[in-house]
Design a protein around this ligand. Structure first.
Ligand code: FAD
Length: 307
């Protein structure tokens, strides 16, 4: 059993025990009253008591979710207790960690277990691993996914998993796919020496080193469609951010701007599901800012659909 299934089972057992304890005395009393007494409104009380038996369990689950699902304080406590993200608030000591950052930035929240990777290296790693597994890359441009799966030569595929990120709406040409691109521009530059040791987040931008003297700062969040270029305005804003946080006048060398599109679904939740029109099509797109972080867990969910 997976951790998720074990948790679901334990939760059911806990709820079963707790609800039995809670209902035992009032349940016996109400049962006795309904069996032995006659009173005005007895039919209504009887119906209310039996309602949970009539509504399918999923209905009860839904009602419970609506009633208790907004208890964010409880959710926060649970989140903290489980230590998904370990963080410590540190006062007056940023200069000890980062001697090149202005002294006025003193307090900071330190978050453990954050890593960086170069997405190009990750893509290359996956590409090579898949090639080793015998996967063939066809580099076809797909106009419409429904016509694509219906072509007789594509009947050999049991499933077609759609991972077209920001372009997914176009591939489906259907209104129910709401994904749109949110452009992100990054500033890459070199410095004479290593200036940063951590990933810093300040206001809306982050900055980190890749290798010793390569620094990346970013990223913009722009709702400008598939605007296919970097802009001087973004470059200026990112450079100002860099000049603003470092304590000495650093020289930005060999700078270049890059950009990418984050697939935004409107509510931050990705589409990972079977297509309603064609069950051979599986959706896996709309991961917005977390596509790299959530790639493995998304693939695990997709795996469940195809097995
Ligand atoms: C600046 C920036 C910083 C980011 N930082 C992070 C981060 O720190 N952590 C994180 O987890 N995520 C981050 N992301 C988000 C992450 O990059 C995306 O969530 C992720 O790339 C989405 O992956 P994907 O495979 O769904 O889509 P994509 O990577 O966009 O890939 C979609 C692919 O589909 C192809 N395609 C599109 N249309 C068609 C078609 N018609 N036919 C055939 N192929 C097609 C495209 O060519 C592309 O190769 C960042 C994104 C940006 C822009």
């Amino acid at each position: 059993m997976t951790d998720f299934e074990i948790n679901a089972l334990l939760l059911s057992i806990k709820i079963g025990i707790l609800s039995t304890i809670l209902i035992l005395v009032p349940g016996i009393f109400i049962g006795w009253v309904l069996a032995k007494k006659n009173f005005f409104g007895k039919t209504i009380v009887d119906s209310l008591i039996h309602l949970p038996l009539v509504i399918p369990p999923i209905g009860i689950g839904y009602i419970l979710l609506i009633i208790f699902g907004k208890n964010t304080n409880l959710a926060k406590k649970w989140y903290k207790k489980n230590k998904f993200v370990e963080s410590i608030f540190i006062e007056n000591k940023l200069i000890k960690e980062e001697k090149n950052i202005k002294e006025k930035y003193e307090n900071y929240l330190s978050i453990k277990n954050i890593n960086t990777l170069n997405p190009q290296n990750l893509i290359e790693f996956y590409r090579k691993s898949l090639l080793r597994e015998g996967v063939v890359f066809k580099n076809e441009n797909i106009d419409n996914i429904y016509s694509y799966v219906d072509i007789p030569k594509n009947h050999i595929y049991d499933f077609v998993i759609v991972t077209t990120g920001s372009w997914s709406k176009e591939v489906f040409s259907e209104d129910h796919v709401k994904v749109k691109p949110i452009k992100g521009q990054l500033l890459h530059f070199k410095t004479k020496e290593k200036l940063l040791h951590n990933i810093l987040l300040y206001n809306k931008y982050y900055i980190f080193s890749r290798g010793d003297n390569n620094i990346i700062a970013g990223a913009t969040l722009e709702d400008v469609g598939f605007e296919n270029n970097t802009t001087l305005e973004a470059e200026k804003n990112l450079k100002n951010f860099v000049y603003e946080i470092f304590n000495k006048s650093i020289k930005i060398r060999d700078s270049k701007m890059t950009f990418g599109f984050r697939p935004y679904s409107g509510n931050g939740k990705p589409y990972i599901n079977r297509d309603l029109r064609n069950r051979r099509i599986i959706h896996n797109f709309g991961h917005y800012r977390y596509g790299i972080l959530t790639a493995i867990s998304s693939a695990k969910i997709v795996e469940k659909f195809i097995n």
